[in-house]
Design a protein around this ligand. Structure first.
Ligand code: FMN
Length: 198
């Protein structure tokens, strides 16, 4: 199994991808951004809906403004379940150095039409395409959940609306993208997560 993975470029790329949380300041090229967005829109979608929208933000001032609005949002955020990240985020967001997208130079926000039951699934598949494409282009990437948690926060939504994301869209997820400054360690795979029935 390992030998086959190493013999195949796509499998090798899937295996090598890690979530990056320390990026350089250098912006990715327009061609790289195009390739990532193109990869996203070629993902499968339920009934071929393609009802997603990918909004790429590459303006540092806009990203920093969004970060400050997100920090304010987390000051009034009430977690709706006991997911550890949600429970801790309000405390983390109080820190002066809190930055929800890890200062990545590019943030791609995936939103989708409301009330569509495959909204999250479609966007997650598209994001994985982005992550694998980023890895193959020598870029780092990270799934960023915070805008999904704050998808109903009025200030966050107002600012995202100004950036062109329709008010009625649900915010599914986002991807931080850039060049890797520090490589992440490789989390070992848990045992017992594969079962074969033959
Ligand atoms: C649904 C989902 C939400 C995630 N949200 C975040 C996040 O908000 N911030 C973050 O740093 N990583 C986030 N991650 C990345 C995971 O922490 C990461 O995939 C996991 O630790 C395994 O590491 P790897 O991606 O390097 O294999 C998320 C991943 C998924 C699939």
């Amino acid at each position: 199994m390992v030998l086959k993975t190493m013999d195949n470029e796509v499998l090798r790329t899937i295996r090598a991808r890690r979530s990056t949380r320390k990026f350089t300041d250098e912006q990715i090229s327009p061609e790289q951004l195009d390739a990532l967005l193109e990869s996203a829109i070629w993902a499968p979608s339920g009934s071929n809906n393609q009802s997603w929208l990918f909004t790429a933000i590459q303006n540092k001032n806009i990203l920093e403004k969004l970060n400050s609005i997100v920090r304010e949002g987390f000051a009034r955020y009430i977690p709706d379940d006991d997911y550890p990240g949600k429970l801790a985020v309000s405390e983390h967001a109080k820190r002066d150095d809190y930055n929800f997208y890890y200062h990545a130079p590019t943030l791609i926000i995936a939103s989708n039409k409301p009330g569509y039951e495959n909204a999250m699934a479609d966007c997650a598949l598209a994001l994985e395409n982005i992550f694998i494409a980023a890895q193959s282009l020598g870029l780092g990437s990270c799934y960023i959940n915070q805008l999904h948690w704050l998808r109903d926060d009025s200030s966050v939504r107002e600012y995202l609306f100004k950036l062109g994301i329709p008010r009625e869209h649900t915010i599914c997820s986002s991807a931080a993208i850039g060049f890797i400054e520090t490589k992440s360690s490789v989390p070992p795979r848990k045992d017992g997560t594969i079962k074969l029935v033959r």
